[in-house]
Design a protein around this ligand. Structure first.
Ligand SMILES: CNC(=O)[C@H](Cc1ccc(NS(=O)(=O)O)cc1)NC(=O)[C@H](Cc1ccc(O)cc1)NC(=O)OC(C)(C)C
Length: 308
């Protein structure tokens, strides 16, 4: 197997092996079977090797007293080096801070911005970030309330009434509901300039878990990518903490584009690279396995086997 080969070649301790593990697409289905054998033993081993990646990096801005209340969770703080900075407001301390990091994608080094689900107290900052970063697509991977707990503020208008978030006005232009997601278009206005921002809201992804069918997630990724195409402006992706579901979604989006141009894939290396930018990207082993199963579904041509 791949793992046996690595061990036999003494590669397991090489620095390169520590951050990349390429697999030929022609061997990927067999690779997934080997990784899943013995109760996912090799998946567990590989996912464990990611545990400390990036963790030595500082998050000093997030820890400033003025910013602490802007973090939804105490243990999900953005690294300083990759954090998104808002245009400061006058001399207001902490006014450049938002819990968000730039994330590399298939097309560019800052293709995405990954952020937490806005809090009531940070929803205006969220819209400032949308405007300042010229974002035209927002991907939301959580419901606002899950199992009775608030996971994300309802940061957009409840109805078609135009609503102010700070100085930014948002109005819902249209909304298309599907079984597992909703796609809306918002008109976002500041001063005399208006833009259309698409909102892709996936509503069937349990926190810390995975969607019931990989096909559903793959179709959602394609629905987003078909509309977003390649935009020079960052796609904002968020869930509740902005690490587990957001990380899983981004890896699948990257892989679906990669396999059109490459005959090898390195999922470990993708997650490794993303964890250097934000903590816990792909937060559970099941999500790591879901990425593999999603790519396997695509490679085996089984995307249409289940209803969306
Ligand atoms: C396992 N749960 C967590 O780590 C969540 C943060 C989190 C991460 C990922 C996700 N899933 S998601 O990224 O897909 O939205 C949800 C929530 N953190 C909290 O609940 C932390 C506690 C915690 C848990 C685990 C840990 O190692 C350290 C501290 N609690 C916490 O921040 O409490 C507040 C909200 C009252 C300030």
């Amino acid at each position: 197997s791949f793992v046996t080969h690595v061990a036999s070649q003494g590669m397991a301790n090489s620095p390169l092996y520590a951050c990349s593990r390429s697999v030929k697409l022609s061997e990927f289905v067999q690779h997934v079977k080997i990784m899943g054998a013995d109760s996912d033993f090799r998946f567990s081993e590989e996912y464990e090797a990611l545990k400390m990646v990036g963790r030595e990096q500082p998050s000093t801005a997030a820890d400033l007293p003025v910013n602490r209340g802007k973090n939804r969770f105490t243990n999900i703080l953005p690294y300083d080096h990759s954090r998104v900075k808002l245009i400061p407001v006058d001399d207001e301390d902490g006014s450049d801070y938002i819990n968000a990091n730039y994330m590399p994608g298939f097309n560019s080094p800052r293709e995405y911005i990954v952020t937490q689900g806005p809090l009531p107290s940070t929803r205006d900052d969220f819209w400032r970030m949308v405007w300042e970063q010229n974002t035209r697509s927002i991907v939301m991977l959580t419901r606002c309330i899950e199992k009775g707990r608030e996971k994300c503020d309802h940061y957009w208008p409840i109805d078609s009434e135009q609503t102010y978030y700070g100085e930014i006005q948002v109005a819902v232009l249209n909304e298309s509901k599907y079984p597992y997601w909703t796609i809306s278009e918002f008109k976002v206005t500041l001063d005399m300039e208006s833009r259309v921002v698409r909102h892709f809201h996936f509503t069937a992804w349990p926190d810390f878990g995975v969607p019931e069918h990989t096909q559903t997630l793959i179709k959602f990724v394609r629905a987003m990518r078909d509309r977003a195409q390649y935009s020079p402006h960052p796609i904002i992706a968020h869930c509740s903490a902005g690490v587990g579901r957001s990380g899983t979604f981004i890896v699948i989006d990257r892989l679906i584009q990669l396999i059109k141009q490459s005959d090898t894939v390195d999922i470990f290396g993708n997650v490794y690279e993303m964890r250097k930018e934000r903590v816990w990207m792909v937060q559970t082993e099941q999500q790591y396995i879901c990425i593999h199963n999603s790519l396997r579904t695509v490679l085996e041509g089984r995307e249409d086997d289940m209803p969306t």
